[in-house]
Design a protein around this ligand. Structure first.
Ligand SMILES: *[C@@H]1O[C@H](CO)[C@@H](O)[C@H](O)[C@H]1NC(C)=O
Ligand SMILES: *[C@@H]1O[C@H](CO)[C@@H](O)[C@H](O)[C@H]1NC(C)=O
Ligand SMILES: *[C@@H]1O[C@H](CO)[C@@H](O)[C@H](O)[C@H]1NC(C)=O
Ligand SMILES: *[C@@H]1O[C@H](CO)[C@@H](O)[C@H](O)[C@H]1NC(C)=O
Ligand SMILES: *[C@@H]1O[C@H](CO)[C@@H](O)[C@H](O)[C@H]1NC(C)=O
Ligand SMILES: *[C@@H]1O[C@H](CO)[C@@H](O)[C@H](O)[C@H]1NC(C)=O
Ligand SMILES: *[C@@H]1O[C@H](CO)[C@@H](O)[C@H](O)[C@H]1NC(C)=O
Ligand SMILES: *[C@@H]1O[C@H](CO)[C@@H](O)[C@H](O)[C@H]1NC(C)=O
Ligand SMILES: *[C@@H]1O[C@H](CO)[C@@H](O)[C@H](O)[C@H]1NC(C)=O
Ligand SMILES: *[C@@H]1O[C@H](CO)[C@@H](O)[C@H](O)[C@H]1NC(C)=O
Ligand SMILES: *[C@@H]1O[C@H](CO)[C@@H](O)[C@H](O)[C@H]1NC(C)=O
Ligand SMILES: *[C@@H]1O[C@H](CO)[C@@H](O)[C@H](O)[C@H]1NC(C)=O
Length: 534
């Protein structure tokens, strides 16, 4: 048997778990691209919200009827697709608003040929500033789940971003945020991302999730006809451990074919040569009443190395055993064997298996005060640039018009803001002064009015300030004039400057251009001739 990323496609079927319409505290369910502002999902009982309030870009699209009829999970019927821009983001708020709460977030994708192009795209997914995974949708009918358990870096915002990598237009079907406990799926560093979650020999051949699963994990039915299916006798429940596995998942299992005697799994961790660490969660419960002269005892080996054992599953009680692996065999696979001990009369069994991959989510987010300031500026002036997700990080998706400084161990800071020719109206907001590390601010060629505010002089790192070609009034506040006497390169319209003077000599435009990298307009607009003080 080969358990690969692609195997689950073949076994994924539809959930039919009926629940009522209550939503556990902190659960947030978003149906991306939905035209309904909200609805109660029949399968889970959750209220799903449309994604309107969570993203400002993209278009609602509907999947093709041929694929719609293949699923009664309504979240897949519509998608939001992002034909414009490289990075498009959702902004969520961790719903408990309590830093230190762990969450599981799940992004779901089903292409369903919504664009009639029959080209299932591949694109990247980011959780905030960190690369999460590549979404390989492959087939129109294929449902892809990306899931990760993590601590939010901020209780104020959580970005989920889709990045176009040149292999088709990114889209998304659903986003689900679930509070988690802090004692399961824990690693010393990093976060655990789901690679596969399998209910072996499923009692009913369908996806199992909430309410059977209190955490709303989605269990995929895994059937394999080279193994022997076993189950509890009717009506016996399996006692839960901290992993809270649904009793129906645990009450069925596979034993190996008695001829082979041992149970083997081969995992293909894909091609990446980068270091990796897999976590295997084996969930066991004895589900057969063994006679006095019978025993079930086995050891777990990973790539031929002893990992756990001898292990004896407890009768009708869940036990979870965790193994890890950071290596593959020479053929690039991970081989897991559950081998019976010599004394065991019964072969090993396996009820459920989860595989997680350690994922590094340690990139620094932009300084929070800078984020607040730039978000305030964005909403005050209605900036229409593609300003989404974190302003500075990752560096590759820096917001247009911004420049940032990046320290190895500190948050990125905004050091330059260019909102030249951006259609800004109204007065110059004090929010600009909240960008305390600014070295350059270009607000030229907008419709800003009012006076030149004095608070700009408080930006102690500011070296260039361009306010030209606006409807501003003079005079230049003394503090700012003082700064321009001390190295600040200040550009204002002539009417603003009026009869004020500085002790600095004016230099030629070419000269200034070279020094400050400002592009000087060749033809000064009417009423605003070029004036500059160095
Ligand atoms: C809205 O939700 C209801 C109930 O699930 C469904 O019957 C209807 O088709 C949905 N409408 C749209 C436009 O998705
Ligand atoms: C887990 O959370 C509880 C409270 O919810 C807290 O008392 C405990 O210290 C936390 N454990 C860890 C390992 O963070
Ligand atoms: C469990 O398996 C036995 C046969 O071993 C079968 O008779 C019984 O109906 C099964 N029970 C359930 C709940 O599937
Ligand atoms: C098993 O669980 C179900 C649902 O929780 C309950 O109705 C039933 O009584 C339980 N059976 C036993 C034998 O405990
Ligand atoms: C057990 O495995 C052997 C060898 O792979 C195979 O020939 C045999 O048919 C299997 N038996 C069952 C019941 O699947
Ligand atoms: C592995 O890489 C090869 C070539 O780079 C590619 O053709 C193949 O699809 C990759 N397989 C997986 C599982 O990513
Ligand atoms: C256990 O004992 C029973 C009779 O009590 C016998 O039928 C069975 O084969 C024995 N099992 C083993 C593994 O020895
Ligand atoms: C476990 O069993 C398999 C198949 O029977 C065998 O190939 C393998 O060598 C065994 N592993 C160990 C460590 O005994
Ligand atoms: C195997 O069983 C015998 C008899 O029950 C016992 O003496 C022996 O210690 C067992 N060996 C192991 C490795 O458990
Ligand atoms: C301008 O005047 C300030 C004092 O107001 C003085 O410190 C500064 O050196 C002068 N700059 C030049 C270029 O002369
Ligand atoms: C500058 O102009 C104002 C009126 O606009 C006037 O009151 C002031 O005396 C003038 N200062 C100089 C130095 O010319
Ligand atoms: C700001 O952007 C404009 C183009 O939008 C450019 O001409 C100008 O030089 C930029 N200003 C700075 C300070 O880089």
């Amino acid at each position: 048997m080969v358990l690969s990323k692609y195997f689950l496609f073949a076994t994924l079927v539809v959930a039919l778990v009926l629940g009522d319409d209550d939503n556990p505290t902190g659960f947030l369910s978003i149906d991306c691209g939905s035209l309904n502002s909200s609805y109660v999902d029949e399968t889970t009982g959750f209220t799903y919200f449309s994604d309107k309030g969570f993203t400002k870009t993209g278009e609602n699209r509907e999947i093709a009827d041929a694929y719609k009829v293949q699923t009664n999970e309504q979240q897949f019927w519509n998608v939001r697709s992002f034909s414009e821009g490289i990075r498009n983001c959702y902004t969520l708020k961790p719903t408990l608003g309590d830093q230190g709460t762990r969450y599981m977030i799940r992004a779901r994708f089903m292409y369903g040929n919504y664009d009639n192009e029959n080209l299932a795209p591949t694109f990247d997914l980011y959780l905030g500033v960190d690369f999460w995974d590549t979404v390989l949708t492959q087939y129109a009918w294929n449902k892809v789940n990306k899931e990760i358990i993590f601590f939010p870096k901020s209780d104020d915002h959580l970005y989920v971003c889709l990045v176009n990598t040149g292999h088709g237009i990114p889209f998304i079907s659903a986003l689900e945020l679930r509070p988690w406990n802090n004692e399961t799926y824990v690693s010393e560093t990093g976060s655990q991302q789901l690679f596969g979650r399998y209910d072996l020999n499923p009692a009913i051949n369908q996806v199992m999730r909430y309410k059977e699963d209190a955490y709303d994990r989605v269990w995929l039915a895994f059937t394999e006809n080279i193994w022997i299916p076993i189950n509890t006798t009717e009506g016996k429940n399996i006692t839960k451990n901290i992993y809270q596995l649904p009793s129906p998942v645990m009450s069925t299992a596979y034993e190996p074919n008695r001829t082979t005697g041992n149970l083997g799994l081969i995992i293909n961790p894909s091609n990446s040569s980068a270091p990796f660490l897999f976590y295997f969660y084996f969930h066991f419960a004895e589900i057969q009443e063994l006679q006095k002269n019978e025993s079930r005892e086995f050891n777990i080996f990973v790539n031929g190395k002893f990992s756990h054992g001898p292990f004896v599953p407890s009768y009708l009680v869940t036990n979870t055993v965790i193994s890890t692996s950071s290596e593959t065999t020479s053929d690039g696979e991970i081989h897991i064997w559950l081998n019976r001990t010599q004394n065991s009369t019964q072969p090993p069994l396996l009820n459920a298996l989860e595989i997680y991959l350690l994922t590094d989510l340690s990139q620094q987010e932009t300084n929070q005060a800078d984020v607040n300031a730039i978000q305030n500026i964005k909403s005050l002036y209605g900036v229409t640039k593609n300003w989404q997700g974190d302003p500075c990080a990752p560096k590759a998706f820096l917001w247009d018009g911004l420049d940032c400084s990046y320290g190895s161990n500190s948050s990125p800071r905004i050091i330059s803001l260019n909102l030249s020719s951006s259609g800004l109206n109204g007065v110059i907001s004090p929010y600009f002064a909240d960008l305390t590390m600014l070295q350059a601010l270009d607000l030229s060629n907008n419709s800003l009015s009012g006076t030149v505010p004095e608070f700009l002089a408080n930006l102690s790192s500011l070296r260039t300030l361009n306010l030209k070609e606006n409807n501003l009034n003079g005079p230049v506040p003394p503090a700012l004039l003082e700064r321009s006497n001390n190295g600040l390169s200040l550009s204002v319209d002539a009417n603003v400057m009026g009869n004020q003077t500085t002790n600095q000599t004016s230099s030629s435009p070419e000269n200034w251009c070279r020094k400050n990298k400002f592009v000087v307009p060749l033809v000064a607009s009417i009423g605003a001739f070029f004036l500059h003080f160095v």
